[in-house]
Design a protein around this ligand. Structure first.
Ligand SMILES: Cc1cc2nc3c(=O)[nH]c(=O)nc-3n(C[C@H](O)[C@H](O)[C@H](O)COP(=O)(O)OP(=O)(O)OC[C@H]3O[C@@H](n4cnc5c(N)ncnc54)[C@H](O)[C@@H]3O)c2cc1C
Length: 443
């Protein structure tokens, strides 16, 4: 029987699965629901320069397959010094807009970084038995130095809580600290922001020459002994093997039906693995109304994380006055309920407080803006997988397991260590393609 392979989804996992099989000579077609490739990488150029509305950084560029690719394709890249080791990359502000002493603040961030390493590796450290969430751990067990200054405490808070909430697209009371600290692996080399072309350049290059059917949404996958039948809005497709790279949020939503149903073990893993929210508001102004020489701005309260607590100055890298505000977890879901007018009004109020009142005068409205809503996009239903309380260390492997010799699974959520990243998705696509090739060679 001649082999026909279908890949569902043209994000990084699906593209790499198809690329690997296509290059090995297999007959492979990709079915993609949206009218564009890239999935949760989505490069926007409407503001006059590159803004990645999904993934923007290569997190851990050393040993990362995306780094040489970006270099080869000439994508402009710039380091982001989140920790502010340089002492000059980040400016933080209190809730009332007072600029913080960045030497002390950075020391607080470094102390938090060390505390997590200690929680991970010290044989003298014992987390409290009831510490399930990151909040439990920080409030009752994270080894924190005594006598931190108020500013160091704010730096410690940003790094241990707010930064973790962005890594996990979740909230500190929901994050499974054990998985976050002990399962997620970051490659070395810091964080590389792709600008001047962004992730789209990589995606288009990797997808070049592949058979991708866009605007083809899969609704039902039926497995019979010899074939897999796929129902879509563009009619049926049939294959001998199928690689499924649907985002975990889509699997959770039940938008795609399986006959026979997925096993109980897989369904439970799908329920238990977290899938978080992370949204961006990118604004272009007529001129810089913030310090152009800083990469990041943090806006803090000393209790629960505040809205608009993290900003990226795209203009630092490109010279174009574009700034991006971020929200994760509950705060992302809250702002998704706001109209554009409400969102911009809140953003400008914070900008007035931290930039305007610190020397930039009246902050005028943006000339243009773009906002995301990954939460309510039916083809992602959220942003990326997270470490959730109740999730088992083996759940991602269970999600990744093939069903028989016909259905294979890829996508960032199936990676045991590099989940929630583009390179994680990349690796799972290659892994699933190899699984398919092995089965074909053995039959
Ligand atoms: C706001 C945000 C910021 C991020 N920042 C970073 C970052 O800086 N660095 C980083 O490494 N990672 C980041 N990530 C995570 C990264 O984008 C993802 O881990 C990665 O892109 C996922 O790739 P994937 O192929 O697994 O899934 P996806 O890219 O989601 O691909 C799945 C594909 O399936 C398609 N699909 C969905 N439903 C159907 C259907 N019914 N039928 C057919 N097709 C369907 C989708 O349209 C999509 O194209 C970020 C994500 C978000 C949302």
């Amino acid at each position: 029987m001649s082999e026909k392979i279908l890949v569902i989804g043209a994000g990084m996992a699906g593209i790499m699965a198809a690329r690997t099989l296509h290059d090995a000579g297999y007959n492979v077609t990709v079915l993609e629901a949206r009218d564009r490739l890239g999935g949760r990488t989505h490069t926007d150029n409407s503001l006059g320069n590159t803004v990645d509305l999904g993934a923007a950084w290569i997190h851990g560029p050393d040993g990362n397959p995306l780094t040489p690719l970006a270099e080869q394709l000439g994508v402009a890249r710039g380091d982001t010094d989140f920790l502010n080791r340089s002492g000059t990359a980040v400016q933080a502000y209190t809730h009332n807009g007072t600029p913080l002493n960045m030497t002390e603040y950075t020391q607080g961030q470094l102390l938090a970084d060390a505390a997590f390493l200690k929680a991970k590796a010290s044989i003298l450290y014992m987390p409290p038995a009831q510490a399930h969430s990151l909040k439990d751990l920080i409030e009752h067990g994270l080894p924190q130095p005594e006598n931190m200054t108020e500013t160091e405490k704010l730096g410690f808070h940003y790094w241990s809580v707010i930064r973790a909430e962005y890594s996990d697209a979740s909230d500190w009371d929901l994050i499974n600290w054990d998985l976050l600290v002990n399962r997620y692996v970051k490659l070395p080399g810091g964080d590389l922001l792709l600008h001047g072309g962004g992730y789209k350049v990589l995606v288009d290059h990797l997808a070049d020459g592949l058979d991708v059917r866009v605007e083809t949404a899969v609704s039902h996958i039926t497995t019979t002994p010899n074939q897999v039948h796929i129902q879509t809005n563009h009619g049926p497709f049939t294959a001998t093997r199928v690689i499924i790279t649907l985002p975990l949020g889509v699997l959770k939503s039940g938008a795609v039906q399986f006959t026979p149903s997925l096993s109980q073990a897989k369904q439970k893993a799908i329920q238990r693995i977290g899938f978080g929210n992370y949204e961006k508001l990118a604004m272009r102004f007529d001129k810089f109304q913030w310090p152009q020489d800083k990469q990041r701005f943090n806006y803090l309260s000393d209790g629960e994380p505040s809205l608009f607590n993290a900003w990226l100055n795209i203009g630092y890298y490109t010279g174009t006055p574009i700034i991006v505000a971020y929200h994760a977890g509950r705060r992302a879901r809250l702002i998704n309920q706001w109209s554009d007018g409400e969102l911009l009004e809140h953003a400008l109020t914070v900008m007035q407080r931290i930039f305007g009142d610190n020397g930039f005068g009246h902050i005028s409205a943006p000339a243009a803006y773009v906002r995301t809503n990954w939460q309510n996009d039916p083809f992602s239903s959220g942003s990326y997988s997270s470490d959730q309380i109740g999730q088992l260390p083996t759940d991602r492997q269970i999600l990744a397991q093939p069903i028989g010799q016909q259905l294979f699974f890829a996508g960032e959520a199936t990676h045991p260590h590099f989940y929630a990243t583009v390179h994680g998705a990349y690796e799972t696509g290659v892994r699933a393609a190899r699984e398919v090739a092995r089965v074909i060679n053995e039959t």
